[in-house]
Design a protein around this ligand. Structure first.
Ligand code: 6PG
Length: 224
């Protein structure tokens, strides 16, 4: 489970690298899982310009908030606005999590679609607390080894997340992490022992490639 760390001088450069990797994944085709958050938005917008044909890609989400698709918090809406609506050839399939359903129903519906799906490419972020997707520190979802998707109860908004077994089965996992506020979490995720208190530290491709794209600010606590 090797990890390739790539530190860029700026967040812009890190996002460009993520866009190039995403564009290459789109040209190869297959199952691609994307994350929400603010960091990847420029990467999605650039990837749509670099590779506007997603007709060989089935798009999935690493996690989703349990809100309707037109809610401002929706990760589906974020990816639709920043990527899918900017393509010249639409994705072969768009498998959104039905966030409008009750969380366990949404998770069950997503789980049913994920049977036999092995991801070719997954783009993940990391929160300041070390969460990735919606796998939060020491949450029971982090320990889920049987299901591919589970509901996660949160004070702000409930979510549905992919689980660690389906994430680590992916051929290529790319983390995109920028900004000083992420430096402590990035050090725990990429330069410390795997720990359920930092779920991102548990996510590495089991037989493929894991790349961490950071800017200098997010890499600030990594050993030299
Ligand atoms: C979400 C994301 C989440 C995100 C991190 C980092 O639903 O919010 O999937 O896992 O990747 O929270 O978010 P930022 O990129 O906004 O820092």
């Amino acid at each position: 489970m090797t990890l390739e760390l790539r530190v860029s001088a700026s967040a812009e450069t890190a996002c460009r690298e993520a866009a190039e990797l995403l564009a290459a994944a789109a040209e190869r085709g297959g199952h691609v899982a994307l994350s929400g958050g603010s960091t990847p938005v420029p990467a999605y917008e650039l990837a749509a310009r670099l590779a506007p044909d997603w007709s060989r890609v089935e798009v999935w989400w690493a996690d989703e908030r349990c809100v309707p698709p037109d809610d401002p918090q929706s990760n589906y809406g974020l990816v639709r606005r920043s990527l899918l609506d900017r393509l010249t050839r639409d994705a072969a399939a768009v498998h959104r999590v039905r966030g409008e359903l009750p969380p366990t129903e949404a998770a069950d519906a997503y789980e049913a679609k994920l049977v036999d799906v092995v991801f070719d490419f997954v783009l993940l972020g990391i929160g300041p607390d070390g969460h990735t997707a919606s796998l939060f520190p020491n949450d029971p979802a982090v320990d889920e080894l049987r299901r591919r998707a589970v509901a996660v109860q949160r004070a702000d908004v409930d979510r549905v997340t992919l689980t660690i077994p389906v994430l680590i089965a992916a051929e290529t996992i790319v983390f995109l992490v920028t900004g000083e506020e992420k430096a402590p979490a990035a050090a725990r995720a990429f330069a410390a022992e795997p720990d359920p208190a930092t779920p991102a530290s548990l996510v590495r491709s089991a037989s493929g490639t894991t790349i961490a794209l950071l800017d200098r600010a997010a890499a600030g606590h990594l050993p030299n």
